[in-house]
Design a protein around this ligand. Structure first.
Ligand SMILES: [Fe+2]
Length: 199
């Protein structure tokens, strides 16, 4: 697997590519990093097949629409996403095929109602549903703390403990975590204190 994490302030986006076929997908691309994505695609000789936004971002400018047009590839979002430019609308359990890679959408609402986590191989891209040591906010439009609780405990935390966790944000320069580490250390992942710990 070809894997690049692109950091822009507290935002994290991802380029994933299949080594055998050189097919690629971009996850949560950010407008200020368009040149970087182009450079990485060229450097690895990748052909972009999909762009995926894990959710409607309130806190950064998504490059999905621009890159989708420029590369002529579909932008995939959850079916509840209000964005008119989303060409593919995914439902819980839907799979994107990127060469030999399989990206499975889990509907994990709560930060927004269109939030997805993307499971691929040994890792999950949690968007803002689960961050390292916390969760995304639930007070923005379409946020719902009860939905987030269910998304965490019924879906994300049921993934194997050694699953790598790559969120859409980290403000302390950390690149990733694991499900096991979040169960151990993330206050939002402890049932008795979860509600009072959410940020
Ligand atoms: Fe967000």
């Amino acid at each position: 697997m070809i894997f690049e994490q692109v950091v822009s302030g507290g935002c994290q986006s991802y380029l994933v590519g299949c080594e055998a076929t050189l097919a690629a997908a971009l996850i949560d691309p950010e407008l200020s990093k368009v040149d970087r994505y182009r450079g990485l695609l060229g450097q690895h000789g990748l052909t972009l097949k999909y762009i995926v936004d894990t959710h409607t971002h309130a806190d950064h400018f998504s490059a999905s629409q621009q890159l989708g047009k420029a590369f002529g590839v579909p932008v995939a979002m959850h079916r509840l996403a209000p964005a008119p430019y989303a060409d593919m609308r995914l439902d819980d359990g839907d799979m994107l095929i990127v060469g030999d890679l399989r990206i499975k959408a889990l509907h994990t609402p709560g930060h927004t109602r269109d939030s997805m986590s993307l499971v691929m191989d040994d890792r999950v891209f949690t968007g803002d549903a689960m961050l390292i040591g916390g969760t995304g906010r639930t007070d923005l439009p379409s946020g719902d703390p009860h939905q987030l609780y269910e998304s965490l405990f019924d879906k994300i935390l049921k993934l194997p403990a050694d699953t790598l966790v790559f969120p859409a944000h980290d403000y302390k320069g950390r690149s990733h975590s694991t499900i096991g580490a979040e169960i151990a250390d993330n206050p939002a992942c402890k049932r008795p204190t979860a509600v009072s710990s959410w940020r």
